[in-house]
Design a protein around this ligand. Structure first.
Ligand code: SF4
Length: 221
């Protein structure tokens, strides 16, 4: 069973690489920067996340200034990303806790922890769930872990890899167990791309889909 699922995932990977190519490597930024960036990405689109992060970095010279700013000022800086008051509170609590515990605004100590330990620490922070923790591990710390977002959840279900009622936490556990070594990052990027371009939430282009013959949800025109 597990062998068959992994084989299927490898086939999906090969097809997507043929279609979209090997994804460019992630931008390499410190883990704390990646964490704040990912908190800002929650419940918004990439464009507004990027704008919120850019304004945040322009208005405050460093993480110490963000941590000590009046909450309203920080929320105003990231307003374009949505849920600004909540995200501002999360970001400040995370920064203050990291500084209290480590004596610096840095998460580089995570490099010395296993994937599971680093993920557990990150998820102990406010506003950080499995997806946000996985993003920090995958994109900043270079770990072979597989973040699951809404596109991946949707496409995984349509491909029959996950039952339709699976939630994000269960999906993370599935992908952590099933993704073949070394494929987490390229597969993550290419499934998201496929979810945006072909297998959309409202519109699916099954006639153009390179996975159609593998997909139990294919819609025949
Ligand atoms: S065949 Fe259709 S439902 Fe299946 S992955 Fe492709 S676009 Fe999505």
């Amino acid at each position: 069973m597990t062998v068959n699922v992994k084989k299927r995932i490898r086939t999906i990977h090969r097809r997507l690489v043929k279609e979209y190519g090997e994804p460019a490597p992630p931008r390499s930024v410190p883990a704390l920067d990646e964490l704040v960036f990912t908190i800002l990405s929650q419940n918004t689109n990439d464009r507004n996340r990027d704008r919120a992060y850019r304004v945040l970095r322009e208005r405050f010279p460093d993480w110490a200034a963000v941590a000590s700013a009046p909450g309203r000022e920080l929320a105003d800086a990231i307003r374009v990303g949505g849920l600004a008051d909540t995200k501002a509170r999360y970001i400040q609590t995370v920064l203050r806790r990291v500084y209290d515990e480590r004596g610096e605004y840095s998460l580089e100590f995570l490099n010395d922890l296993s994937d599971a330990e680093a993920s557990e620490y990150l998820q102990s922070l406010p506003g950080v769930g499995a997806k946000t923790a996985s993003c920090v591990l995958a994109f900043s710390l270079g770990r072979d872990v597989f973040p699951v977002d809404t596109h991946i959840l949707r496409v995984s279900k349509r491909l029959g890899l996950l039952p339709t009622k699976t939630d994000l936490t269960e999906a993370h556990a599935f992908w952590a167990a099933m993704v073949p070594d070394g494929l987490a990052y390229p597969l993550h990027k290419n499934i998201i791309r496929h979810g945006r371009k072909v297998c959309g939430a409202r519109k699916r282009l099954c006639a153009e889909c390179v996975l159609a013959d593998l997909c139990p949800s294919v819609e025949v025109a």
